[in-house]
Each structure stands twice: as structure tokens, then as C-alpha cells.
Design a protein around this ligand. Structure first.
Ligand SMILES: NC(=O)c1ccc[n+]([C@@H]2O[C@H](COP(=O)([O-])OP(=O)(O)OC[C@H]3O[C@@H](n4cnc5c(N)ncnc54)[C@H](OP(=O)(O)O)[C@@H]3O)[C@@H](O)[C@H]2O)c1
Length: 270
């Protein structure tokens, strides 16, 4: 996609956190936006802070863990816009805690929102993109999708699944005009699920800002990038080392302070 002006974007998780910043960034580029989340009031606040008169900004309230809601979202957005040029699967939840302290209902819900919802929305929207021979699906994973972390195994599992599912579909859809990208943010400062803990990450692990995540969304679309890791520290070499040697990878997780950091984060969240 060479430009974003007048494109129709369906953005999930738009009511707060990183999603609200992505919405602002895209609105500034003249995008028509369908903003999806459960909280109507928050969506209205986000939408109210955007709107230029020539832009079409819609809000759709939905619980994306619900199959009927997901269908309703896609139907209503297609009806409103007539097309979806870009789907951004940003809605997500973290279920941190010792694995056996979590209820299986919470584990299931995390998988449903972080992994099955993007799969379901894509299943509904992809036929339209293929018909138009154009489209882009952007999935917001996490550095946890590159390297599993203790007390966050379920979340990391969903984010790793999301990333490899994206890679598989990208290869399958080559030449169709539909692109697939994954963004791997590090710990996001200022807003969102990590900022609530009010903690500083170990230096080696680093962090990123929501604006950097939003800029990465724009970049993958305009430059057809497959993947971007958004982080202040270069983590790809560490991910590569962990791939070559899982034992070394575990050692690095301890050595970098990541394991201890996760323990402290969970203790703080209790
Ligand atoms: N923050 C970080 O440090 C960080 C790091 C790496 C990756 N990420 C990823 O970035 C994305 C955004 O994270 P964030 O920090 O902005 O999270 P957040 O502040 O917790 O916001 C989550 C968003 O998802 C929506 N949502 C939650 N459950 C939903 C449901 N059942 N149905 C529909 N919408 C739902 C929320 O809206 P409602 O509550 O109104 O429904 C909200 O808009 C997530 O995929 C996350 O995994 C975040």
C-alpha cells in the first residue's frame, strides 16, 4: 500500500492503551477508522479526540472473545465502509501469575482474545481482501512471542502462535495482493498493560513508547515489512542465540534479569 489517505482500517483494542495511540497516528494520515473494543465510553473519547470532518470514524462495541460479536463487527464495518483495507489485530490481554494460580477459564479467555480473535476476524475479512486483490493484516504480538517468559507463559504462547500463524499465512497468500505483518513491541511505557505496573525494566531488556509502536504499524503497511521488533535495545541477536541453543536462551533470561523482573512484576500485580 503506497499511502494511507482514505484507506479503511479496522483497529481492535482501540479504546485505550497502545490502540488509542495507533488510532491517533492513523487518523492524522487521513484514514477512515473502525474502532473496536468493549467500552463504549472509552471508544467515544478516543473517536471524539480524532475526527476531521472528511474522515469516517466509526466505533463498534464488541467482546472479541465472542464468535457472534466478531461476525457482527465485520458485517457492520463492511456495511459502513464497503471494504476493509487494513485489519489491525491489537486487542489483547495478559494473564500473568504462577500458571497453577490461574483459572483455566482465564487461560482460555486469553487464547480466545489474543489468538483466536485475530484468526476469526481474518477468516471473515480475508475473502473480501482477496476479492479486491489488496489488503494488509497487521498483528500486534510481543517480544514475549519471541521468547517465553515465566509467570506469563500463556500470554507468550498466544503471541508466539500469533506470529507463526502470520508467517504461515503470509507465505500462503504470496502474490494475492494481501500482505501480513507482525509487530513485536517490547515493554511499552506511558500507557497500556505494562505501564500500569509503574516499573522500570532491566537495562538489557529495554522498553519502547506507544508512538514507536504506532510508527511501526505505519511502516509495515507502507513499506510492506514482514516483521518489526520495537524496542530500545536490539533483542534479535538474543532471540537468535536462544533459537540456536535453548539452554543458552534460558541462561540469558536469568542473566539479563528477565526472570527476576517477571517475579517482581507478578508480586506487584497481586
Ligand atoms: N503494553 C505493553 O507493554 C505491550 C507490549 C507488547 C505487546 N503489547 C500488545 O499490544 C496490544 C495492546 O496492548 P495495551 O498495552 O494497549 O493493552 P490494554 O491497555 O490493556 O488495552 C487492551 C485493549 O484491548 C481491548 N480488549 C480487551 N479485552 C477485549 C475483549 N474481550 N473484546 C474486545 N476488546 C478487548 C481493550 O478494550 P476494552 O477493555 O474496552 O474492551 C483495550 O482497548 C496487545 O495485543 C498487547 O498484547 C503490549
Amino acid at each position: 500500500m503506497k499511502q494511507l489517505q482514505n484507506k479503511c482500517v479496522l483497529l481492535t483494542g482501540a479504546s485505550r492503551g497502545v490502540g488509542a495511540v495507533i488510532a491517533r497516528t492513523l487518523a492524522q494520515r487521513g484514514v477512515n477508522l473502525a474502532l473496536v473494543a468493549r467500552s463504549r465510553d472509552l471508544l467515544q473519547n478516543v473517536a471524539g479526540a480524532l475526527g476531521r470532518r472528511d474522515q469516517n470514524i466509526r466505533i463498534v462495541t464488541a467482546d472479541l472473545t465472542d464468535d457472534n460479536d466478531r461476525r457482527r463487527v465485520v458485517d457492520s464495518v463492511l456495511e459502513a465502509f464497503g471494504r476493509v483495507d487494513v485489519l489491525i489485530n491489537n486487542a489483547g490481554m495478559e494473564t500473568e501469575g504462577a500458571y497453577l494460580d490461574l483459572s483455566f477459564a482465564d487461560i482460555r479467555k486469553t487464547v480466545e482474545l489474543n489468538l483466536l480473535a485475530p484468526m476469526a476476524l481474518t477468516h471473515l475479512i480475508l475473502p473480501h481482501m482477496l476479492e479486491n486483490k489488496s489488503g494488509h493484516i497487521v498483528n500486534i504480538s510481543s517480544i514475549g512471542g519471541k521468547s517465553g517468559a515465566p509467570y506469563d507463559a500463556t500470554y507468550c504462547g498466544t503471541k508466539a502462535g500469533l506470529a507463526e500463524w502470520t508467517r504461515g499465512l503470509r507465505l500462503e497468500m504470496e502474490g494475492t495482493g494481501v500482505d501480513f505483518s507482525t509487530i513485536f513491541p517490547g515493554f511499552v511505557t506511558e500507557v497500556g498493560m505494562f505501564a500500569r505496573f509503574n516499573m522500570k525494566t532491566p537495562r538489557v531488556i529495554g522498553s519502547c513508547t506507544p508512538k514507536q509502536v504506532a510508527a511501526a504499524v505505519v511502516k509495515v503497511i507502507l513499506h510492506r515489512k514482514r516483521e518489526i521488533v520495537v524496542n530500545s535495545q536490539p533483542l534479535r541477536p538474543l532471540f537468535a542465540l536462544s533459537e540456536i541453543s535453548p539452554g543458552l536462551g534460558d541462561w540469558l533470561m536469568h542473566r539479563s534479569g528477565a526472570v527476576e523482573f517477571q517475579r517482581r512484576k507478578v508480586a506487584r500485580g497481586k
